[in-house]
Design a protein around this ligand. Structure first.
Ligand code: IMP
Ligand code: MG
Length: 369
């Protein structure tokens, strides 16, 4: 994912796919033109990369030139008039192929046809690398089309968003869901995860999804997914990842307007982490960080024994049980730590100190995402 000005874009069409599409266009056009020497006219600025790659592949002699779209203020100062400028060559009797980076509404194309009205060319043909059929509102024939794309804004390979992005060798598509902050929160038992999740939820307007709570809610309310999960639990079997993911999906969809999510208790395995990535991807979003509260074992043991004195929780009373729970936690999270470290998304945060101090540390990590 990349950010240009205020918007986020995701990879959409690779450099290889663009290359293949151009090779096909070159083949089609050169076959159709035979031995005629065409004049290729690129429309600046967007088409500079396409024209360059196109003519490098073109197997026969050809001429190349550019025209540029310039904006003028109309008579009524509110109207913005676009005019093509730079057509100085005599094109009488020539076969002209317009090379466009993208055809969207077709407004630029109308201007192309307008400036060629009085040129006595042999033929005027239109070739566009990208074409948005849903956006196209004109009737001009498009002779050659590289790749049809949906009516969504793209950048890269010559195309810009407010002047940025032209230099990228591949195409990125705008993300429908703008930036969300999605966290996977980890911490050993006694690290203060619940306390901190409550603060983060309020400060960043996130929805806290604890997988355990989601399970209990679905089972209690006898939802179809809850009953399915229960059938596994009752047999003493693990609930399959897909069932859990389907439940999380339902939670995410229920909270579509959220600024993001805090996932708590999930993922626990590599396969689950991948499934969660896929789920977020299907929502045009992503996991931004795994944040792990780091607390020394001895401090945890002390904290939990103290909690056990008042909470009455049996698993908080016995030191060897506590130590084992901590060990299980490290075994489980080690795999995920690697998974997220590989993507530069792992953040360890010192979980020792006052609640406010730890919240501050978490905030400073999240504010960089
Ligand atoms: P049209 O005149 O509406 O067909 O659009 C053509 C021009 O609009 C292109 O030459 C681009 O400058 C711009 N444009 C249209 N769609 C996009 C896009 O998805 N990304 C970047 N520029 C675009
Ligand atoms: Mg253009």
């Amino acid at each position: 994912m990349i950010k240009l000005h205020d918007k986020y874009f995701k990879p959409f069409i690779s450099a290889e796919e663009i290359d293949t599409a151009i090779a096909l266009m070159v083949e089609e056009i050169s076959n159709a033109l035979g031995d005629e020497i065409p004049v290729f006219i690129g429309i600046l600025n967007g088409s500079f990369m396409f024209v360059s790659d196109f003519v490098k592949k073109y197997p026969k002699p050809c001429e190349v030139t550019f025209i540029k779209l310039a904006s003028y203020e109309g008579v009524k100062s509110s109207e913005d008039i676009q005019r093509l400028i730079g057509l100085t060559q005599d094109l009488t009797g020539r076969t002209v192929i317009i090379l466009e980076d993208i055809i969207d509404s077709g407004k630029t194309l109308a201007e192309v046809h307008r400036i060629f009205q009085n040129e006595k060319v042999k033929s005027l043909q239109i070739a566009t690398l990208f074409y948005k059929p849903e956006a196209y509102k004109k009737d001009f024939k498009l002779h050659y089309i590289g790749i049809e794309i949906p009516d969504k804004f793209i950048v890269g390979y010559g195309l810009d968003y407010d002047n940025l992005g032209r230099d990228l060798p591949e195409i990125y598509q705008i993300k429908e869901t703008q930036h969300m902050t999605n966290l996977v929160l980890f911490g050993p038992p006694g690290a203060g995860k619940g306390t901190q999740a409550d603060f983060l939820k309020d400060k960043y307007n996130l929805v806290h999804i604890s997988t355990g709570d989601v399970f209990r809610y679905n089972i209690k309310n006898k939802t179809a997914l809850g009953m399915l999960a229960k059938s596994f639990i009752d047999k003493g079997a693990l609930v399959p990842d897909q069932v859990t993911i389907d439940m999380l999906n339902a939670e995410v969809e229920k909270n579509a307007a959220a600024n993001g999510f805090i996932f708590d208790g999930f993922p626990r395995t590599n396969a689950q982490a991948k499934a969660l990535d896929q789920l977020m991807d299907s929502k045009d979003s992503q996991i931004n960080a795994m944040i792990a509260l780091e607390v020394d074992d001895e401090v945890l043991v002390k904290r939990l024994l103290q909690r056990g004195e008042t909470s009455g929780r049996a698993d908080d009373a016995d030191e060897s049980i506590i130590r084992n729970r901590i060990k299980v936690y490290y075994n489980e999270t080690a795999i995920l730590k690697d998974y997220y470290t590989d993507q530069n998304k792992y953040f360890g945060v010192d979980g020792v100190g006052s609640i406010e101090a730890i919240t501050e540390r978490l905030n400073s990590v999240i504010d960089t995402l």
